[in-house]
Ligand binder design. Sequence first.
Ligand SMILES: Cc1cc2nc3c(=O)[nH]c(=O)nc-3n(C[C@H](O)[C@H](O)[C@H](O)COP(=O)(O)OP(=O)(O)OC[C@H]3O[C@@H](n4cnc5c(N)ncnc54)[C@H](O)[C@@H]3O)c2cc1C
Length: 451
Amino acid sequence: MRVIILGSGPTGLLLAHALAKLNHPTLQIIILEQRADPVDPTGAGLGLWPHSVRILDQLGLLPEAKKLVPEMKTSIHLGPHGGLLSESNLFDRIVENHGHPFMFFERAKLIQLLYERLENREGVVLAGKKAVSILEKDDVVEVTCEEGPSFVGDILVGCDGSHSIARRFVESGLRQYPALSPTTAVGKVKASAIRMPSTPCLPFKATFRCLFGISQLPAGLDHCAMIETHDQGVMIQLLTSDDRTYFLLYEAKTQQDDGLQTTRYSDADAEAVAKRYENHSVGKEGKVTFGDLWKNKIRANLFDLEEGVLSQWFSGRVVLAGDSVHKMTANLAFGLNVSLEDVASLTNRLQGLLVTQHATRPTTSEIEALFADYQAERYSRAKTCVEMTGLYTRFATWNNVFFKWMNLYVAPRVGDMFVADWVFSWIPRGGVVLTFLEESDPKRGKVKYLH
Ligand SMILES: Cc1cc2nc3c(=O)[nH]c(=O)nc-3n(C[C@H](O)[C@H](O)[C@H](O)COP(=O)(O)OP(=O)(O)OC[C@H]3O[C@@H](n4cnc5c(N)ncnc54)[C@H](O)[C@@H]3O)c2cc1C
């Protein structure tokens, strides 16, 4: 079986690792990546929750991953001028509950590790290959690259992020994307092969933008902490190590904006947002401002935060995973965790097909049944994660007076521990893992894992 993965982002690389662990003699994996460098050096931080750490362990990546992360200690919530709302050992409680810690990575370092640890990486990851068209034939799928050759596989997994061509193929319902003319649209995917979820399709919307980046750690900020400063329409979230600050400034877009059009921002736009908040406090007692971080920044970007989950995750031999199929706000650090569950869920099913059923060249209907099963497992959990982090983003930016009152007066009394025990614990608890691999370091806490 030949699996083509589009995109060498974290989802694509993790999928390649998981598939490689099948050790199946007929399995061939290639990743087509549009960028010249397979390792994306951009972005800021990526946090992995304990259930994802279990998968890193199953993939044999945990010992090296541990060397890349600070040991997170405190969680601090502040009012607009740096007044303390609450401070807790949230990260210790996560370990008590789930055995593993919340691991916070610099995004580029995690991707570098995933790439470097991939066996035969030069043969697997083909950089500078931008997929421009997808054609599904009776028993294969063919991807054509810009100025380049075509690649033929049994299945195509679109891990190609927010601007996914694989998503457009799936959404079109046609067997060729882009359709050259009406006559080349050789037919719709059989509706009978698709188990549609009962909930309607949510379009991706963006009602928040996020200015995120990395700066040197200024004096006056706690080390190895998460510090959130709340205000009307804005929340600034910092994750610090011993020498760096990873910052995320979430700003509600204006009322007139219906959220349906995402905007591509320039460096000047990013500067304008930074200027707007330069005197905004980001540390205790107003001692450090956002301007202090901005002056010492290493890199930064401004992006719209899209939110939504596609109701259709596959079409024929093409299936989606990661940001190509669900997008969410970043406050709760769920995005890649949800993607990693996609990876586990899909790989578990491919293992069943290849190893248990010995279907090395599966038919389109076998593949569609597998993808429908994958979608059925993933859809509602992904949707809940999108909604949960979206709710937190609105709460944290005082989207209404009730949220503001809750944030200022109720949350500090209830405390992070209540949230860790009762609100967040079910996310790691229900996390899908790889069913065919053991954990080498099976840490357990007070909350029992379902899988
Ligand atoms: C500010 C911010 C902070 C975040 N923080 C966290 C966090 O703490 N924890 C967390 O879990 N998640 C976080 N997320 C979400 C996380 O970054 C994403 O969920 C994750 O990067 C998704 O990875 P992906 O591989 O699916 O997509 P991407 O990272 O977008 O990778 C897609 C890849 O596909 C390639 N590609 C695209 N089109 C083509 C094509 N036509 N042909 C070939 N290649 C193509 C791209 O070049 C890219 O390399 C955050 C997101 C943001 C914006």
